[in-house]
Each structure stands twice: as C-alpha cells, then as structure tokens.
Design a protein around this ligand. Structure first.
Ligand SMILES: O=P(O)(O)O[C@@H]1C[C@H](O)[C@@H](CO)O1
Ligand code: HPA
Length: 275
C-alpha cells in the first residue's frame, strides 16, 4: 500500500537526509495558493517525484513546511496516494496541519473572495463507502475507529479568528461546512441544490481524505477554504464554473491568506512556547 508505515517512513527518512529543518507545522497549499510557500524564510525546496513540491523554512520564526500542490483523486491517484504526504509529514514530526483549498460557495451569503474556516465536513466519499482508512489498521498511525466530530480543532480556530480580527479581515471571513466531490467535473445545478440542502456551505474536490488521515494520526487541523466562485443554483444563470476563474480569485486573495497564516503561526509559537 502506498501509505503503508514502511513506505511513509522511507520517504520521511529520505527527506530528513535532505534537510535538517524540523517543521512542527505543515501547510498544504490549495489551487492557486502555492505562493504561500514563497514567504518562508531560509527556504529549502525539495521537488517530489511527481506533482507536489515541499518547501521547508520558517514563517514568523516558526519552523514549517509547505506542500505546493497536492495529489487529487480526480487526477487518478488512489486515496492512499492522496493521503500519503500526510503520513510522511506526521513521521517527520509535524503536529499542526493547515489545509487550504479553493472551493465553490453554496451558502447564499458567501461572496467570491471570502475565506471560510472549515468547521466541519461532509465526505461524499465516506458516505458512499470510500474512506482512506479502509483496510487493515496500523496502530503506529492511530486507532481503528477514530473520532471525526472534533477533526477541526477549536483552539486553532480561535487563534485563527484572533488573527482575522487583528488583520481586519472580519468582513470577508466565514465559517462553514466543506463538502468534497470526486471531480474533475464541476457540479450540476441539481447537485448543488442537494449539497446545499444537506447543509454544506462550500464544495470542492480535495482535503477531506487528508483530514481523515491527519486526524487518525493525531495532528491538530485547521482547514481554510477560499471561496473562488459561487456555484450555480439556477437554470437561468449565465455564469459557468471554470478553473481559470478559480485560479484568478485565488491569486487575488493569496496575500491576505499569507498574512493570516503568518499571524497565526506567530500565535501558535506563543501558545506552545511559554518563553
Ligand atoms: O486543490 P484544491 O482543492 O484547492 O483545488 C480545487 C479543486 C480542483 O482541483 C480545482 C477546481 O477548480 O480547484
Ligand atoms: O465550484 C466548485 N466546485 C468544486 N470544486 C471547486 N473548486 C473551486 N470551485 C469549485
């Protein structure tokens, strides 16, 4: 299995041989948000065999690692491969995971450009019977039946909200429920209506398998969705979801997100370091 303990350990050891940095926080950069990594100090770039590049460095004095890009299920990767980097990060000693993504807004009060902290998620994969933890459980990662009702940590959310207030970002910050579909096709109007009725505030194509695997191995998780478009709810709408628009809006908000994560890391450092 791609995310077996042995394979993850081999990659973690391989990375350790290439950098002496010991990040406590990892940031997964969603579509168009790879620029987050550029603000790190003392950067070490480690290109992967395939898509994502790992950038080790420091942000606001805190050791951290950014994953520029991710493995998406819609690209054809197995859920094992999609979640493999999470277990590698865990074996590297990461304790806090900040997952970011671009998502479509289902909540009618959301605007394009809003930042949504993920309060909870709806896994269409999980509901449909596909969970990244399916199969033999390896206790070295976590327990057989992990709790998910507390996957998104309240303390991290509170620190993130403090950062939002200090930065003056309140007017475009929300909280909500993220729902993941397989992609790569965007949702139909009928599907959007169903998701909204189910209680989802935003819809995307990533993140949840990563969160499940991260929660399983005890990582503290903060999820951030950038609302890059409003999904179509009416047959009269002339707009159409498209990836170029998603990337364009991500870039517009990239700087705000960088500031937010930088501020949050400073607070995390203060909260974990009594000095
Ligand atoms: O990696 P994320 O979830 O940010 O990417 C989103 C979902 C699709 O990959 C793409 C759709 O525009 O953006
Ligand atoms: O509208 C969307 N749907 C699914 N994934 C997305 N990622 C960005 N926008 C969207």
């Amino acid at each position: 299995r791609r995310n077996s303990y042995e394979m993850c350990k081999e990659t973690a050891d391989w990375l350790r041989a290439r950098t002496a940095q010991c990040p406590k926080t990892a940031i997964i950069c969603g579509s168009g948000l790879g620029g987050l990594a550029e603000v790190l100090d003392n950067k070490t770039y480690i290109p992967g065999h395939q898509n994502p590049i790992l950038v080790f460095g420091e942000l606001n004095g805190q050791p951290c690692v950014c994953m520029q890009g991710r493995f998406h299920y819609y690209e054809g990767y197995s859920v094992g491969m999609v979640t493999f980097p999470i277990r590698v990060l865990f074996l590297l000693g990461v304790e806090v995971l900040i997952v970011t993504n671009a998502a479509g807004g289902l909540n009618p009060s959301f605007q394009v450009g809003d930042i949504m902290f993920i309060r909870d998620h709806i896994s269409m994969f999980g509901l449909g019977g596909q969970n990244p933890l399916r199969g033999p459980n390896d206790e070295r990662f976590g327990v057989r039946f992990p709790c998910m009702s507390d996957a998104y940590e309240q303390d991290l959310l509170s620190l993130a909200m403090e950062s939002v207030q200090e930065l003056g970002f309140v007017s475009f910050t929300r909280e909500g429920v993220y729902c993941q579909l397989a992609g790569p096709s965007y949702e139909t109007i009928a599907e959007c209506r169903v998701l909204q009725a189910l209680g989802a505030d935003a819809v995307g194509m990533s993140t949840i398998p990563e969160v499940i695997v991260a929660r399983h191995c005890g990582l503290r998780i903060l999820g951030i969705s950038l609302i890059t478009n409003k999904v179509m709810m009416s047959y009269n709408s002339q707009e159409k979801a498209n990836h170029e628009e998603v990337l364009r809006i991500s870039v517009v908000r990239a700087e705000a997100l960088q500031k937010l994560v930088t501020c949050l890391l400073g607070k995390l450092g203060e909260s974990t370091n009594p000095l």
